[in-house]
Ligand binder design. Structure first.
Ligand code: DGJ
Length: 450
């Protein structure tokens, strides 16, 4: 299949992203560091159908929109922790002030999530390869907890954040822990992330629901040892953090202003490689409050100015009843969770639309029984340019963008989608199942830029 490189002019949330090779960007549970004018994104490389560690990827960008694959910064190890059939999650990189080394921290674990510790790896250059050193030690002992994050304060002091709210201060070379500055303050509080604005620290985290989304919440404090004050939800209650789980907050410092970018994961077990997406949104931070009041399908960032603005305006809308849409298999009309749209359950169902333009965005209604769709973009000669899996599950019905093509040379293209016949699910340690009740695929409209 011809591969088309990913080229975009806005940050899109909830859609697969493609790198310069035309491959889906796999960097979940990740974080970003800036080195000069380059942003490096580190995250979990995933495979479908398993949680087993597949390495940590590194991508680079100068605009936070287009990402170039750089390396597998930390590959799977030959044996031991982070070896075959283990778990490695939430890599975060910081540069140690005393040595200049790049130090990567991660959650290392067994495939059954019962032998967790915080590990670290180091490299002389940002893109690696990183050398894994095993557990990070505090008072000679590993930190045996799972979800972790990092925070680097203005003076360069580095901190490890743990689920529940533990905070550990790192030594200057970031290779050991000097002190524990905060003790667990709440049950759960997974995927801890922190940033500072002025003299206020903001500490974000999620509830404990496996890969299922929940309403993430936050605390603020004037000092890292507290008192931490619980403030409320990161996004409107019930939106389940716009269907995501926080992993990191990136301050994008421009000449005069700073945008704080919320980075979240929209997990999709068992298709974490092909169908999990990213939810990156500008955070509104005022006083000791933060929020993501509206969900932006697409928005733009000016990294030089530290300012964000709206994404492209809608183009031509091709609705589900437009005569340019052709359906195979059985489709039903529905109005749940959005305007009138079409829904298919039948495993043989598919639709396709031919359009002329420079970019197309698929809008669908994600639903409690939603499942995976296989989408394909072909050129006017029927040559496949891109294909991907998209996830249409949400605990509450909601219409939003599910797939965006890269910017295309103006021309005629065909977009098609078919039902895969599976939905995402997760079974936790207690044997409880969460996720989709079915495998429905829906089509709301295609937004075509001229
Ligand atoms: C929630 C965590 O935040 C994820 O990183 C992952 O460990 C899942 N739990 C596994 O269920």
């Amino acid at each position: 299949m011809a591969k088309m490189s990913g080229r975009y002019d806005a940050i899109h949330s909830g859609t697969p992203w493609f790198d310069q090779r035309g491959q889906p960007i796999s960097a979940h549970g990740g974080g970003i560091i800036r080195v000069g004018d380059i942003y490096y994104l580190f995250g979990e490389a995933h495979r479908d159908m398993t949680n087993a560690f597949a390495g940590f990827n590194c991508y680079s960008s100068t605009d936070l929109v287009n990402w170039r694959f750089e390396s597998v910064a930390l590959p799977m190890q030959q044996s031991g922790p982070l070896g075959p059939e283990t778990v490695g999650e939430r890599p975060k990189v910081m540069r140690a002030p005393t040595t200049g080394d790049y130090v990567m921290f991660m959650h290392a674990d067994g495939l059954d999530y019962r032998s967790q510790f915080v590990g670290y790896a180091t490299a002389k250059v940002a893109t690696g390869p990183y050398t894994f050193h095993g557990p990070l030690l505090f008072e000679g002992k590993p930190i045996k907890k799972w979800d972790m994050g990092t925070f680097q304060d203005k003076d360069g002091t580095g901190y490890i954040l743990m689920h529940g709210g533990d905070i550990y201060r790192l030594a200057g070379d970031y290779r050991s822990v000097e002190a524990q500055v905060n003790k667990a303050m709440v049950h759960g509080f997974e995927s801890p992330a922190m940033f500072r604005k002025g003299d206020t620290y903001y500490f974000l985290g999620s509830n404990l629901t496996g890969w299922e989304r929940n309403d993430n919440y936050y605390f603020t404090a004037k000092s890292l040892d507290g008192p931490w004050i619980r403030k409320g939800f990161v996004a409107p209650k019930g939106s389940l953090t716009w269907n995501s789980q926080v992993t990191f907050v990136l301050p994008i410092k421009g000449e005069r202003e700073t945008v704080f970018m919320f980075m979240g994961d929209r997990w999709s077990y068992p298709r974490q490689a092909s169908a999990a997406t990213y939810v990156w949104q500008p955070l509104i931070v005022q006083g000791d409050r933060l929020s993501i009041p509206v969900y932006r399908d697409a928005w733009r960032i000016d990294v030089g100015a530290g300012k964000f603005r709206a994404g492209p305006v809608p183009g031509e809308i091709i609705t589900s009843t437009d005569r340019r849409v052709s359906y195979t298999g059985s489709w039903q009309k529905s109005e749940i969770g959005g305007p009138i749209h079409q829904v298919a359950l039948d495993r043989d169902a598919s639709f396709s639309v031919t359009f002329t333009g420079t970019q197309a965005s698929l809008y669908s209604v994600a639903r409690p029984d939603g499942g995976y769709a296989r989408v394909t973009l072909s050129d006017g000669h029927g040559v496949k340019l891109l294909s991907s899996t998209v996830d249409m599950y949400s605990k509450y019905p909601v219409s939003n963008v599910k797939f965006v093509t890269p910017r295309l040379p103006r021309g005629k293209y065909t977009f098609s989608a078919s039902v895969v016949g599976e939905g995402w699910y997760w079974i936790n340690k207690k044997g409880e199942r969460s996720g989709s009740a079915g495998h429905a695929v829906s089509f709301d409209h295609l937004d075509v830029r001229k």
